[in-house]
Design a protein around this ligand. Structure first.
Ligand SMILES: [Zn+2]
Length: 689
């Protein structure tokens, strides 16, 4: 008898098959004496469409809302049905008597496997492969230590509730908004609050009025100091006040009245989870969240040199500590050789900042595996990302960055000036990453102040009055948006909620990149260099969605409940009841809303298909296009349309011509006419009448 192993996708399946000694059989599975290995291709099964439940739900109709199926139905995704059929026929083979789920070890991976098993009618016992690396050793260890499949039921429940909530809320609200406003609108449980954060920020910037202020800087030759008022303020609202004090201290002699020295020992930033790595890759390499995940997936699956990517933990468990040395050895033959040699001169003894069992749920932080790295096999992009991961890993294992902060208080003719300086004692981990300014870093200049003594006299060489302007909040980049999504609860009072949101936030680490991409493809946001700017459609949409749906706090509360379900502390049935009630409420709010959908980017042009107005937009590549505002029309054209008729029409133009023809003719043979022929024909018919 044989054991059937189901991997998440073909590339992983092939690796498992190799380690388990299976040979290829056809294109869609491998077989050996003990195991048969096959795979999903992400999801092979999905929730059925509304129209699969009732005919009433086939059409987009406000009266048919809300759509609330008693029990969610599943269906095979047509595009990959051949693979589903392969899995099904393998499950039904007489010589298969055991089943191992080897999909991604997380919520969504669990769902991929369980939905397939359910539609195949699989009801027997099964086991779970749960690994955090794709190395041969990890795979072998994992198969020697398979877990009882039912242990992961709570993960399945949470995943199903997530999928159900997205369907119930997303489809109902999307249809309600679209029908009510006769426009192609898209809303979702996570998508909409994320867009709301970007729009809110834009509104803050719009109303912001920069105000001038003045500061005074004194140059004492060997160091510089800033004027401080009695309550610590450094800014003047009007220039005259600043100038008056400048005159008072000009050419004056100062006395050092106070010296404070603070020793600072700064530990390295924590090891990466997916979101933190995506943020840094955006900041340092300019990459989108999606690209980072893609490249990282290759390092994990193909090169096997980093651990499981879709993690939300920045810690490791203590059973990993004995493997750290081998992981260091695996990256030793690189430019980091000397750093690693140095780290290995003392016993590895990482602290709570890195090793904490209580802060690891499904997977630990992203760190190198024990697989020796072969730099010549990595692409340029893979090298850049690998470098970030390794550098952070080495930093975490390096000694702290130690420096002295020295503050001098200087009194000049009764006015106070303060000079701050930093002196490095030991670069520690910072020697690795000094090129990167990290956010927690204090903004203190490296001026040498340690040679001064209290009571010493210093001469003012120069006084400058400097003008500055208050600054509006910065637009989000993908990096800062990811951070904001992660901390969606930062305004939340409830302590428990706050803690869980630190874990969950808006969406999960694995899905955030896709949500941001969705906002782009729905034309709700655009990229302006690195900055994310909402389009007028995005702004108009946020103006009409119910407050409940745009609020990050409320979304985070649902996320918290999903988390509890995955831990087995909340019942999934309660959740699904509440999410249905919520959808009913949201649909009612949309139906009864008084506000109109008024995007500010309407053009004068009308749509040739439906006569509604066309909206100005940009496509993914930044090319300007016009898109029909109407629901389900889908017409779009380039803003500066091809005038040269000798040029071949594009695929898209041909498609639109076909649809125009079909729309204005009743006979099936319409496809054989050109648009010109048809127009002529119609005109002649008109003349006859
Ligand atoms: Zn149209």
């Amino acid at each position: 008898m044989k054991t059937l192993v189901l991997a998440e996708k073909p590339s992983v399946g092939r690796e498992l098959a190799r380690v388990l000694g299976c040979q290829p059989k056809g294109k869609s599975f491998f077989e050996g004496s003990k195991y048969i290995v096959t795979w999903a291709m992400g999801h092979l099964v999905e929730l059925a469409d509304p129209g699969d439940y009732k005919d009433d739900w086939k059409k987009w109709d406000l009266l048919a809302l809300p759509m609330l199926p008693d029990k969610m139905k599943l269906k095979v995704i047509r595009r990959t049905s051949f693979q589903f059929n392969t899995v099904k026929s393998l499950i039904q083979r007489n010589d298969v008597n055991d089943f191992v789920i080897a999909t991604d070890a997380g919520r969504e991976g669990e769902l991929v496997a369980r939905w397939i098993m359910r539609l195949c009618g699989y009801r027997s016992d099964f086991k779970r492969l749960w690994i955090s690396s794709q190395t041969d050793k990890a795979i072998k260890d994992g198969f020697n230590n398979l877990k009882p499949g039912r242990n992961y039921d709570p993960l399945l429940w949470a995943a199903e509730c997530r999928a159900e909530a997205d369907w119930i809320v997303g489809l109902n609200v999307t249809r309600a908004l679209s029908c009510k406003h006769d426009a192609k609108l898209s809303a979702g449980r996570v998508q909409t609050p994320t867009l709301a954060m970007i729009v809110d920020r834009e509104n803050e910037i719009k109303v912001f009025k920069p105000e001038p202020y003045w500061t005074i800087n004194a140059d004492f030759g060997a160091f510089k100091a800033d004027w401080h008022g009695q309550n610590g303020n450094t800014r003047f609202k009007n220039q005259a006040d600043a100038e008056r004090i400048a005159v008072k201290v000009k050419d004056g002699q100062g006395t050092i009245t106070e010296i404070t020295i603070k020793d600072v020992s700064q530990a390295a930033p924590q090891a990466y989870d997916l979101t933190a790595l995506q943020r840094d890759a955006n900041h340092i390499l300019g990459w989108s969240a999606k690209k980072t995940l893609q490249v990282l997936q290759g390092l994990y699956e193909h090169h096997k040199i980093v651990t499981y990517p879709r993690t939300d933990s920045r810690h490791i468990t203590d059973d990993i500590v004995p493997t750290l040395k081998d992981r260091l050895k695996a990256v030793e033959k690189t430019k980091y050789e000397s750093v690693i040699k140095k780290i290995l001169t003392t016993p590895l003894n990482p602290g709570k900042n890195f090793v904490d069992n209580s802060k690891v749920s499904d997977h630990h932080a992203i760190i190198p595996t024990e697989e020796p790295v072969r730099m010549d096999r990595l692409s340029g992009e893979e090298k850049s990302l690998w470098d970030l991961v390794v550098k952070r890993f080495l930093a975490v294992l390096s000694p702290p960055y130690k420096y002295k902060n020295i503050t001098l208080t200087v009194n000049v003719n009764g006015e106070t000036f303060i000079a701050k300086g930093r002196e490095v004692i030991d670069q520690g981990w910072r020697a690795l990453t000094s090129a990167v300014k990290d956010e927690d870093d204090e903004d203190i200049p490296f001026q040498n102040l340690s040679r001064y003594k209290k009571g010493e006299k210093v001469q003012v060489k120069k006084i400058s009055v400097l003008q500055g302007f208050t600054k509006p909040p910065a637009r989000y980049t993908e990096g800062t948006l990811l951070a904001a999504m992660e901390n969606a609860g930062k305004f939340i009072e409830d302590k428990e909620l706050k803690a869980s949101i630190k874990k969950g936030g808006l969406g999960t680490p694995a899905t955030r990149a896709d949500i941001i991409e969705k906002l782009f493809s729905n034309y709700y946001i655009e990229r302006n260099n690195k900055e994310l700017v909402p389009t007028s459609q995005g702004i108009a949409l946020i103006d009409i969605v119910p407050e409940q749906l745009r609020s990050p706090e409320l979304t985070a509360k649902w996320e918290l409940r999903l988390n509890k379900i995955s831990l087995g502390t909340e019942k999934n049935t309660l959740f699904t009841k509440d999410i249905r009630d919520n959808a009913v409420e949201l649909v009612a709010l949309v139906k009864n809303a008084k506000r109109e959908y008024k995007p500010a980017n309407e053009s004068d042009k009308s749509c040739p298909l439906c006569a509604k107005k066309l909206l100005f937009n940009k496509d993914k590549k930044g090319k300007r296009i016009l898109v029909c505002r109407s629901l389900s029309c889908g017409y779009e054209e380039e803003e500066n349309k091809r005038d040269d008729l000798s040029k071949k029409p594009s695929q898209k133009e041909r498609e639109i011509t076909r649809r125009l023809i079909n729309r204005y003719t009743s006979n099936e043979s319409a496809d054989t006419y050109t648009l010109g022929d048809l127009l002529k024909k119609k005109l002649e018919e008109k003349k006859k009448n």
